[in-house]
Design a protein around this ligand. Structure first.
Ligand SMILES: *Cc1c(COP(=O)(O)O)cnc(C)c1O
Length: 447
């Protein structure tokens, strides 16, 4: 028999070499000589296999995964139903191009998306390769439907790295720096950031709407796009009432309300989608990341009248909705249903939240602990001024990696640690990882 893989991997944290170990160092050298230096890396190790809650590196170190490859492997790496579906589909056909000759897995994924996404109106979906491509297409669809040009995005937003999505993304470094000019007719307005603006959801929504009305006007506005919980921006959860008020204003003014659930979707926040929490019903929703257990796939789902308004042949792409990726998505969604991963996300969230809350009692640079379900973050700031402490997350993440725990950073100000464990992580691993993380925070915060 071959070595164990996927969830069969031993679920332990085990550091057997320095991190990075000798084989990772070798690969780092080859990378330096072959891969563009423009690509970042959160941890200095190279992965060999992964599953459940661990990533095993090429030196045999077993690291606890609190990142899920940025909220992608919600069902775990190499999840059995995903692996089986990929293998079976790969034997049948690997590509025809959906616009040349269709195939069932594409339709199955669209049926699932139409059924699972918020809103019980008549829906249609279209599939793409990446989150950014889904966002680009959602904007194309909204412009075509409304006959308007302007698009509104909010502060701290992240929607991708292509030209249109860079325009929608807020943060300059590293996403936009020197990459302009950006797509025109994108307007940025304030959002709700409770710990920093102190506004209620309704007050924040009034501020946002007033800005749109004076600087854009609904008659010119095709769409407003927003992440129901901001991802790269630092897991900012808007104050209660903000999203419903924005959605209502969009509905009242025939502005397409696009929820970007690329990071929040597929059970991550303790429900299928984060919009469900306040019963927000988007007109269009973009999905990617968690959809297919690690395979590249993305979707735009929404009202049939909007989705079908685009001229025939107006949407597509060579690879979008690749059959192997679609089969993987069907396997991943089945796994989420069978294992009730939404409930699991709520449990993981409550463990992480209580551990962090406990820690915050004696670490005064913890300005906020926020998130929902298995999407939880810590914001670091000076306790008096709330000046961001951007030095801390990098050091904390490096300390955690040394001890065999992968954690990611985030935030417009770079002062956030974000936790996105696979939803299949065991309680024992999660507690162990939280021990390492809370110790690292304690040590770094007191230096
Ligand atoms: C990651 C992300 C994107 C971009 O997805 P890619 O697959 O990296 O293109 C867009 N929106 C949100 C909210 C994301 O988290």
């Amino acid at each position: 028999m071959t070595q164990p893989s996927g969830p069969e991997l031993e679920q332990v944290r085990r550091v057997v070499t320095e991190i990075p170990g000798p084989r990772s160092l070798e690969l780092a050298q080859r990378r330096k000589e072959s891969v563009s230096a423009a690509l970042g890396a959160a941890v200095p190790v190279y992965a060999d296999r992964a599953g459940g809650g661990v990533v095993v590196d090429v030196d045999g170190n077993s690291l606890i995964d609190l990142g899920s490859g940025i909220a992608v492997t919600n069902v775990g790496n190499s999840a059995p139903l995903v692996v089986e579906a990929i293998a079976a589909q790969a034997h049948l056909l690997t590509h025809t191009c959906f616009m040349v000759a269709g195939y069932e897995p594409y339709i199955q994924v669209c049926e699932e998306l139409n059924a699972l996404t918020p809103g019980d109106y008549d829906k249609r979906s279209a599939l793409f390769n990446s989150g950014a491509e889904a966002v680009e297409n959602a904007i194309k669809i909204a412009r075509s439907y409304t006959g308007r040009n302007a698009v509104v995005a909010v502060e701290h937003a992240y929607h991708g790295r292509t030209n249109m999505t860079m325009a929608l993304t807020a943060k300059n470094m590293p996403y936009k720096h020197r990459f302009g000019p950006f797509a025109p007719e994108v307007y940025r307005v304030p959002t709700s950031y409770p710990v920093r603006d102190g506004l209620t959801g309704i007050e924040a929504a009034q501020r946002t709407i007033a800005r749109i009305e004076t600087e854009v006007a609904s008659e010119n506005l095709a769409a407003l796009i927003i992440e129901p919980i901001q991802g790269e921006g630092g897991f900012i959860v808007p104050a209660e009432g903000f999203l419903p008020a924005i959605q209502k204003w969009c509905n009242d003014h025939d502005v397409v309300f696009i929820a970007d659930e690329i990071q929040t979707g597929f059970c991550r926040t303790g429900d299928w989608f984060a919009c469900n929490h306040e019963e927000v019903i988007p007109d269009l929703i973009t999905t990617a990341k968690g959809i297919a257990g690690g395979m590249p796939l993305a979707g735009v789902t929404g009202r049939a009248a909007i989705m079908d308004s685009v001229h025939a042949g107006g949407l597509g792409g060579t690879y979008g909705g690749n059959p192997v990726a679609c089969a993987a998505a069907v396997g991943a969604i089945k796994t989420m249903r069978e294992q009730d991963l939404a409930q699991r996300a709520r449990h993981i969230g409550s463990v992480m939240h209580s551990r962090l809350q406990e820690l915050a009692k004696d670490v005064d640079v913890i300005a906020d602990i926020r998130g929902r379900g298995a999407m939880m973050a810590v914001e670091f700031a000076d306790p008096e001024s709330l000046n961001p402490r951007a030095d801390l997350p990098k050091r904390i993440a490096a300390t955690c990696a040394q001890q065999g725990v992968i954690v990611l950073t985030a935030g417009t100000f770079g002062n956030v640690i974000r936790l996105l464990p696979p939803l299949v992580i065991s309680d024992a691993l999660l507690e162990d990882a939280m021990d390492v993380l809370t110790d690292a925070i304690r040590v770094e915060a007191s230096r």
